[in-house]
Write a protein that binds this ligand. Structure first.
Ligand code: GLA
Length: 387
């Protein structure tokens, strides 16, 4: 792949100079959805698909960009003098936002560069193509300019880039999962203090199958920020009667004891999801540690039901894919993954049933929705690296 990326780079930007190539993965979250901005737990893993980038430093302050995924845009240009990118729809805003965020944290990019990138993650599918690009750029900047930034800080700066410069109030999960990814392990992350643990995902005879609804969404135009605000409102109402810093601190009984303080039934449902999803995630990880994949799968199913009924972030495309998956032989669990409102599902499927699963779920989806879903049988990969 490296040679191919360098070849593509040269075709666009010409020969000469030192060209360096980097890779950052995408991610899939196995369980723990919409918990990361509520101080709860998440359980994502990095994928072997992701974003490749080739870069050559310049002597001036110009930035030139080309994406193999958006060839129709041709070469886009920018400058280190102007890194504000709110409102811009171009993919380059993620690159500029990370440069700007690093700068704000004291790591100033000294010269411009030419940058070619190619993603193997379907855009807008909920597998974090944007966080993958952000972490790719973070890795690139730290290596090229010798910044003393570890990958956890890089994930924090990238999340800040997205919050402050892109305008999406996302939590830390995606950037952290990608920056800290480890082959064949998922990351059990407590978002309240960023303590984490690698959990080997030993799925003997079971594959992780991602189903893409092909319903495009961007976090910016989704109800993501609205959900976040609803959780903040729930927390504020609870703080009127008890001491609690985040919904993720509550267990069932402490939540049920105070939940009457939340008067609006919709806000109450949102809070209930945040609290119970966090508890499900903790339970799912101990089930996995006990090699109880069946229990893990059941918790995945419950997660989807809660995201559908209480958090209301699924929609007919995701529900159709998941409900069709539940009806198939050899399926241990299936749920939406990522922000929701479209994007992807994740299912655990017995090896020998995967082909039939894809065929049947694909057919049922097309019959009901009118267009096809895509499926990827994925592997868990490492974090970002120079190739
Ligand atoms: C998006 C956000 C994450 C997280 C998920 C939902 O992927 O970027 O921070 O909130 O949605 O779990």
């Amino acid at each position: 792949m490296k040679e191919q990326i360098i070849k593509n780079f040269k075709e666009i930007f010409g020969d000469g100079g030192e060209i360096r190539v980097f890779f950052a993965p995408g991610r899939v979250n196995l369980i723990g959805e919409h918990t990361d901005y509520n101080g709860g737990h998440v359980f994502p893993c990095a994928l072997t698909i992701g974003t490749y980038g080739a870069v050559r430093l310049r002597e001036d302050r110009v930035l030139r960009f080309y994406s193999g995924n958006f060839q129709e845009n041709g070469i886009l240009t920018g400058s280190l003098e102007d890194l504000e990118c709110k409102g811009s729809g171009e993919w380059t805003r993620y690159v500029k936002a990370v440069i700007a965020s690093f700068g704000e944290h004291g790591f100033i990019t000294p010269v411009g560069f030419d940058f070619y990138c190619l993603g193997t993650i379907p855009n807008g599918s909920g597998l974090s193509s944007s966080a993958s690009l952000e972490i790719l750029v973070s890795k690139m900047l730290t290596v090229l300019f010798g910044f003393d930034v570890n990958m956890i800080d890089a994930s924090i700066y990238s999340q800040y880039a997205e919050n402050r410069y892109v305008g999406v109030n996302c939590g830390i999960m995606d950037q952290f999962a990608i920056a800290m990814g480890k082959k064949d392990s998922a990351i059990f992350l407590d978002t309240s203090d960023l303590k984490y643990e690698y959990v080997p995902v030993r799925l003997d005879g079971i594959r992780i199958v991602i189903g893409n609804t092909n319903k495009k969404r961007g976090l910016g135009d989704s109800k993501y920020n609205e959900r976040r605000a609803e959780c903040e409102s729930a927390l504020a109402q609870l703080q009127g009667i008890c001491t609690v810093q985040a919904l993720g601190e509550l267990d069932e009984s402490s939540f049920e004891a105070v939940s009457d303080a939340i008067k609006d039934p919709v806000i109450l449902k949102r809070a209930r999801h945040a609290v119970y999803e966090n508890l499900r995630t903790v339970r799912a990880v101990s089930a996995l540690n006990n090699n109880d994949i069946k229990a893990f799968g059941e918790l995945m199913n419950q997660s989807h039901i809660s995201l559908r009924d209480d958090y209301e972030v699924t929609g007919k495309e995701l529900d159709t894919l998941v409900e069709a998956a539940w009806a198939q032989e050899g399926v241990l669990g299936s749920r939406m993954t990522g922000a929701g409102f479209g994007g992807c599902t994740v299912s655990l499927v017995k090896d020998e049933c995967v082909d039939q699963f894809i065929e049947n779920v694909g057919r049922l989806y097309k019959e009901k929705i009118g267009y096809a879903a895509d499926f990827y049988v994925v592997d868990i990969g490492d974090g970002p690296q120079e190739l």
